[in-house]
Design a protein around this ligand. Structure first.
Ligand SMILES: Cc1ncc(COP(=O)(O)O)c(C=O)c1O
Length: 384
């Protein structure tokens, strides 16, 4: 992988690599054109609005989960959002309607409750409903929207209620996560099986996120093939995909520094100026072990020096099990966490008042540029 010169980048910092980011965007634009679908950015995974004007040149828009995300899309991308929320805050709905081109409801009851809005705003926004076909390849319960009893989406047994919804124009389905095209193919089959009779009367279908089309071994030709086939079978439907992770997959890093090394009964922990719980919460929630530049996640003869990595917060579990290095770690040494653009900046907290990493970008042409540094006032003003 072609990586920036991290010596010139301050620590801690989230750094978007513009060159790699543009590569992802171009690939997605090609897929969009070849498959005749709309691909929109899911803000929940990545909402770095500085790059929204760029994203707009490549993708067909963006998807929001709340009024604030819809507003960010409207203000910074200059387009209306595709909005879905498990439930809408009644006092927000006027604005949701104003800033959205598509609004998806999570239940038939909520759809009916908002019917006066839907028909009065129609055709200002197109109304859809989220359905849950009960199929998901995701094993981790925290990330499986189709787990038994899930609150997300209308299940097939409610098909009769769905058929009676007036002004319904679209279906929204989200049950994939870092999935391949074969999982999407199975999802399409489940949608056809359970909700097929509804499809001829609709205008659009949104297959949610979780399509990891920018990962190196993703079968793009197969993706295009199944999308075209679905379109052939349902020519009335505009197909929409709303990935988050795929847009910024492997396009940026979190730069950190070793502050101290502590030893407890032979277990050495390098304490960093970043925190797993505050800056990379998915590493503890999902959980997963992020890759580090020039280090191994597993024991190898070329990497004989092992360290736990500790976050700078006081949470006992704010650490990652052993990483392996080719030389002993030094105080002041930079450690670079790879693939840190998705579900990081959108989820960070200032727990313990820990310093938030600055946010910037890097390109071969311009080097490193900072977009945002955080200070005491950012911490203070969050609470009043
Ligand atoms: C409704 C919906 N759409 C899109 C996404 C984006 O998924 P991903 O970032 O895995 O592509 C998510 C993620 O949770 C989601 O819940």
């Amino acid at each position: 992988m072609d990586v920036p010169n991290f010596h010139s980048i301050p620590s801690p910092a989230f750094v978007l690599d513009m060159d790699r980011f543009m590569k992802n965007l171009s690939l997605m634009k090609d897929i969009q054109q070849n498959a005749n679908v709309d691909i929109i950015l899911a803000l929940k995974g990545f909402s770095l609005w500085h790059v929204f004007p760029l994203v707009k040149n490549y993708l067909a828009g963006a998807t929001a989960s709340s009024l604030h995300e819809a507003l960010l899309i409207f203000n910074e991308m200059g387009t209306k959002a595709h909005t879905y929320s498990p439930a809408y805050i009644p006092s927000d709905f006027d604005k949701i309607a104003k800033y959205s081109s598509h609004v998806t409801f999570n239940s038939c009851a909520e759809f009916i409750r908002y019917l006066p809005f839907i028909s009065s705003y129609n055709p200002l926004f197109s109304a859809g409903i989220r359905v849950n076909p009960g199929y998901s390849p995701v094993d981790v319960a925290l990330y499986n929207p189709a787990s038994p009893g899930s609150r997300l989406g209308v299940t097939p047994d409610k098909l009769r209620e769905l058929r009676q919804l007036p002004c319904l124009e679209g279906l929204h389905i989200h049950t994939l996560c870092e999935s391949d095209s074969h999982h999407l193919e199975k999802l399409m089959a489940a949608v056809d099986l359970y909700f097929g009779e509804l499809l001829p009367s609709l205008k659009w279908i949104n297959f949610g996120g979780g399509h990891l089309m920018t990962k190196s071994n993703y079968d793009i030709q197969h993706l295009i093939y199944i999308l075209k086939k679905f379109k052939e079978n349902h020519p009335n439907l505009k197909i929409i995909l709303e990935p988050g992770s795929a847009v910024v997959w492997e396009t940026g890093e979190l730069v950190s520094t070793v502050l101290d090394i502590v030893d407890n009964n032979g277990i050495k922990t390098a304490i960093l100026d970043v925190s797993f719980t505050a800056h990379m919460p998915d590493t503890l929630e999902m959980p997963y072990k992020p890759k580090i530049l020039n280090a191994s996640n597993i024991e190898l003869t070329e990497y004989p020096f092992s360290y736990r990595l500790g976050g700078v917060s006081c949470l006992a579990g704010d650490f990652m099990e052993e990483y392996y290095f080719s030389a002993p770690l030094q105080i002041g040494q930079k450690l670079v966490f790879l693939d840190m653009m998705h579900y990081t900046m959108v989820k960070t907290t200032q727990f313990n008042g820990v310093a938030h990493p600055e946010i910037g970008y890097w390109s071969k042409k311009e080097g490193y540029k900072c977009w945002k540094k955080f200070d005491y006032l950012d911490f203070r003003n969050r609470l009043g």
